[in-house]
Design a protein around this ligand. Structure first.
Ligand code: NCD
Ligand code: ZN
Ligand code: ZN
Length: 457
């Protein structure tokens, strides 16, 4: 089946025939109902009905629940050359596919960093032919020059206000200049929002996740958000890995988007928390974690994103102060949340909004909804088939998980534009994912709703 949409980017009209009819149960109009999904030859959903009169090839998922595949706007696949090459485009996108994620946004803090157009093109060339799911490639917004160079190619931009893995200090007095440059090009901007002047340096280096939290405290996130709330209102601004309920409330009022990660939602800082759980921003106190979870479960957090940041266990095992920051999570994000749906702790529509629908719209991708006019990027779930997460069985070469031993519901099937990527929980797919970029970024500047026109770049 051809992967590219019709020339106008829309599902093909024409005969009544579907290339493929997918059957299962789906969450429609507030209920789980048996459905048949008609998919055309270009991999778009054409029609959904109780019964489709048709002769097309059929794929029957029986009692399983069909959901739209998720979009993860925040992953680090370490290609090219790390830092700490514990992942690659091939393994990372395969992990995404196994975890029910059909498109990812891949971050620019690789080596060399993606800070001009040439480096972006090199990275895109490296991705093509290796990726199992679609990839939006971020460019660096660490300087106005990088923003201007990357504007014609990047799918989104990333700004790190604080040092983190693979990123040095940002000259924070240049923030207004950078934001002006981004506003002029109209690309979405994701910000690592910690404000270094609000860090608490101590004479003793932190030796636990609790100490890490004290050294890069919630006040540093608050101070960064203060600055970002003053950004030009035309910016499509997004706060990466928000850790505080207060951040969620304040940015919503300011017309800014944000994401929460499974690790900040489910794990807390501990006096015995070791280097494996070291991440930026730090895991927070139990009270802060719970407050963030309450916002998330009530639907107040716009996006869920993994900040999949794998590092080798050898690097994580040493002294806390030497351990690199970041935890893996692309393969486990949706399965962990599906288990919480199963247990009644998270409403399914909240998950569908935060992990499937809104992130796709943020990137301007025609997916994330089980509806005509969207790519047939679907996952199949059997809620009775839960299992415990084991790091060594995940696809990432890092081989460990901060969620070791937690129950999760992995999708047993995954289709990309009607093609099978995962069957019976095993990756069986082709590697014909595309590097995608919404068309609107090159044709309009800002404040224009996402049009469902995407092109391969
Ligand atoms: C990320 C990484 O390892 O690339 N680390 C992290 O602690 N989250 C970088 C980042 O997102 O800050
Ligand atoms: Zn970050
Ligand atoms: Zn990150």
């Amino acid at each position: 089946m051809a992967a590219a949409p019709g020339s106008d980017g829309r599902p093909r009209a024409g005969s009544d025939g579907y290339e493929l009819v997918v059957t299962g149960r789906a969450w429609l109009d507030g209920k789980l109902r048996p459905v048949e999904v008609g998919v055309d030859e270009d991999g778009w959903i054409r029609r959904i009905a109780r019964n489709l009169r048709d002769t097309g090839h059929r794929l029957d998922f029986g009692e399983s629940v069909l959901l739209p595949a998720a979009t993860d706007v925040h992953v680090h696949f370490r290609d090219p050359d790390g830092p700490d090459p514990a992942e690659s485009f091939a393994s990372g996108t395969e992990g995404a596919a196994l975890g029910g994620i059909g498109a990812v946004g891949e971050m620019p803090n690789t080596r060399p960093p993606v800070d001009d157009r040439e480096r972006w093109e090199e990275k895109a060339a490296l991705a093509r032919g290796r990726i199992a799911v679609d990839v939006v490639l971020y460019g660096s917004a660490q300087s106005p020059a990088a923003v201007r160079s990357l504007a014609p190619v990047a799918g989104a931009l990333k700004l790190y206000l604080a040092p983190t893995t693979g990123v040095e200090d940002f000259p924070i007095d240049r923030l207004p200049e950078v934001l002006e440059a981004v506003a002029a090009v109209g690309l979405p901007l994701s910000v690592h929002a910690e404000w270094p002047p609000a860090f608490s340096p101590s004479s003793v280096p932190p030796s636990s996740t609790e100490g890490w939290n004290a050294s890069r405290p919630p006040a540093a996130e608050r101070a960064a958000v203060d600055r970002l709330l003053r950004a030009p209102s035309s910016l499509r601004l997004h706060i990466a890995h928000a850790t505080e309920a207060d951040t969620v409330d304040r940015v919503a009022g300011g017309g800014i988007s944000c994401e929460a990660t499974p690790h900040h939602l489910l794990l807390r800082a501990r006096s015995d928390g070791d280097g494996f759980a070291k991440t930026n921003p730090p895991l927070r106190s139990e009270a802060d974690r719970r407050a963030l979870w309450d916002r998330f479960a009530s639907g107040a957090v716009p996006l869920l994103a993994s900040d999949h940041a794998p590092h080798h266990s050898a690097a994580k095992e040493g002294p806390f102060s030497k351990a690199p920051s970041g935890v893996p999570g692309v393969e486990t994000m949706v399965p962990l949340m599906l288990e919480l749906v199963r247990s009644g702790d998270l409403p399914l529509p909240v998950l569908l909004g935060a992990a499937m629908d809104r992130p796709a719209r943020w990137f301007g991708l025609p997916m994330g909804r089980l509806a005509p006019g969207h790519w047939a990027n679907l996952i199949a779930i059997d809620f009775r088939r839960g299992r415990k997460i084991e790091g060594k069985h995940l696809r990432s070469p890092a081989g460990w998980s901060p969620f070791e031993g937690r129950r999760a519901v992995f999708p047993h099937g995954h289709l990309r534009r009607g093609e099978i990527l995962v069957a019976d929980g095993e990756f069986v797919g082709p590697r014909n994912g595309a590097v995608v970029r919404p068309e609107y970024v090159s044709t309009v500047s800002r404040n224009v709703p996402n049009r469902f026109v995407t092109k391969r770049v």
